[in-house]
Design a protein around this ligand. Structure first.
Ligand SMILES: *Cc1c(COP(=O)(O)O)cnc(C)c1O
Length: 356
C-alpha cells in the first residue's frame, strides 16, 4: 500500500532495519540516565543541528508531540499574552488550547489565498506571536517571516514542514514539530528548537508548576537527560534517520521541485488545488479540491489500486483530499499516483489536455 496521508505518514523503509538494530543494541532496556542513553541523546541533537542547519546557539529538546509543545509554550513562555495568526484547523486548535491556559489570547485569521500582513500586529500587546508556518489542514504555508518585526517571542509550528524544507531558524525563537510527518518516523515524539531569547523568557517567568515546565526540561537536557522516561526507541530511530538523510538544502530542492511538478500536473488534469494563490501554496502538503459527490468514489478507487489519499481536514473535510509531499515518499510512488489520476480522469472523459 502506498500512502500519501499527511500524518501519520509513510515511514522511511529503512526504519524496518533500524527497529531490529535498536532491539539488538540493548538501548531499549538501558536506563535513560545511563551513559549509553545520554550519548544517544547528544548524538541525535548534534545530527539534527548539522542536517537541519540549526544555529549552534539554539537548543533542541525532545517532547512527546507538537500538541505538547503548544501547551509548554502556553505554560512557560507567555507573559502578557499571546497572539495567534492562522488560516486553518491546526492554527485554530493551538489558539483554543492556549486560551484555556492564558486568559489574554488574541487571534488574527486570514484567508487561504492571502498573504498575512504582519503590519497588523503593530499595536499588539502580546509578548508571544504564534504562527503555523505550514497549515496541514488546507495546504498553505507562510514562506518567510522576514516581514515580521517584533520584540515578542516568535513561536512557529513547523510540524508538517520540519525536515522537508530549509527553514531559517533565525527568524523565530521556538520551532516545534512531531516526528510522524516530514521526518518519516512512527508517531510518539516531538521536537522543540529554541533560541537563547526563548530561554531568557523562561527564566524571567520562572514557571515551575509542571513536569514539562520549560526550565525543568532545559535543566535535564543540559545533562542530555529528559524530564521523564523518554521514547528511547523514537530517539534511536530519529538518530538513525538523521544519519541517513542528506543535508536539508538538498532535501529542500527535491521537495520543492516535486511540489511544483505536482501542482502543474494537477492543472493539466483539470484538478484544482484548493489554494489558488501560488505564493501561499505549501510544498509539503498539497490540498486538492474535488466536488463532494466525486470524493467517495475517488478514494475508493484509489484504495483498490493500493493508494491511500489523505482525507480532507476540518472545514475542508468533504471537498478536498490531501497529498503529503514528504521526503520518505519515493518518486516512483508519485508516478503511480499520477498514473492513477490520469486514468481516472480519462474515464470521466470530460477532461482534456491529458497528454503529458
Ligand atoms: C499534526 C499537526 C499537529 C499535531 O501533531 P501531534 O503529533 O498530533 O501533536 C500540530 N500542528 C500541525 C501543523 C500539525 O500538522
Amino acid at each position: 500500500m502506498i500512502t500519501f496521508y499527511p500524518g501519520p505518514s509513510k515511514v522511511y523503509s529503512s526504519v524496518e532495519g533500524y527497529l531490529n538494530d535498536a532491539f539488538r543494541s540493548g538501548i531499549l532496556s538501558a536506563n535513560h540516565r545511563s551513559p549509553q542513553a545520554m550519548t544517544l541523546v547528544e548524538k541525535t541533537i548534534d545530527l539534527l543541528k548539522e542536517k537541519l542547519r540549526i544555529p549552534p546557539q539554539y537548543s533542541v529538546y525532545f517532547v512527546s508531540s507538537a500538541t505538547e509543545a503548544w501547551e509548554i509554550v502556553g505554560q512557560s513562555l507567555v507573559g502578557k499574552g499571546s497572539v495567534h495568526i492562522y488560516n486553518g484547523a491546526f492554527g485554530q486548535k493551538w489558539a483554543e488550547y492556549t486560551q484555556k491556559l492564558v486568559p489574554s489570547t488574541s487571534r488574527f485569521k486570514f484567508g487561504i489565498d492571502e498573504a498575512f500582513d504582519f503590519e497588523q500586529l503593530s499595536d499588539s500587546e502580546a509578548d508571544v506571536v504564534c504562527i503555523t508556518q505550514n497549515e496541514t489542514s488546507n495546504g498553505t504555508q507562510i514562506k518567510t517571516l522576514s516581514q515580521l518585526k517584533t520584540d515578542a517571542l516568535v513561536v512557529v509550528d513547523v510540524t508538517s514542514s520540519l525536515g522537508g524544507i530549509h527553514l531559517d531558524f533565525t527568524e523565530g525563537d521556538v520551532w516545534f514539530a512531531s516526528v510522524q510527518k516530514c521526518l518519516g518516523l512512527p508517531a510518539g515524539m516531538g521536537l522543540m528548537i529554541c533560541s537563547p531569547k526563548a530561554l531568557e523568557r523562561a527564566k524571567q517567568l520562572n514557571d515551575q508548576r509542571f513536569y514539562n515546565s520549560f526550565l525543568f526540561i532545559h535543566e535535564n537536557f543540559q545533562k542530555f537527560q529528559t524530564h521523564y522516561t523518554p521514547n528511547v526507541l523514537g530517539i534511536y530511530l530519529l538518530c538513525r534517520v538523521m544519519e541517513q538523510v542528506p543535508d536539508i538544502q538538498s532535501i529542500d530542492q527535491k521537495i520543492k521541485t516535486r511540489a511544483r511538478d505536482f501542482y502543474e500536473f494537477l492543472e493539466k488534469c483539470n484538478l484544482k488545488p484548493l489554494v489558488q494563490n501560488q505564493t501561499q501554496r505549501s510544498d509539503t502538503v498539497i490540498a486538492v479540491k474535488i466536488p463532494e459527490e466525486q470524493l467517495g468514489n475517488l478514494k475508493q478507487k484509489a484504495n483498490s489500486q493500493g493508494i491511500t489519499l489523505g482525507n480532507g481536514y476540518g472545514f475542508w473535510k468533504n471537498n478536498t483530499f490531501r497529498i503529503a509531499n514528504f521526503p520518505a515518499i519515493d518518486d516512483w510512488e508519485f508516478d503511480e499516483l499520477k498514473d492513477f489520476l490520469v486514468n481516472l480522469y480519462q474515464d470521466y472523459s470530460d477532461f482534456q489536455n491529458l497528454q503529458d
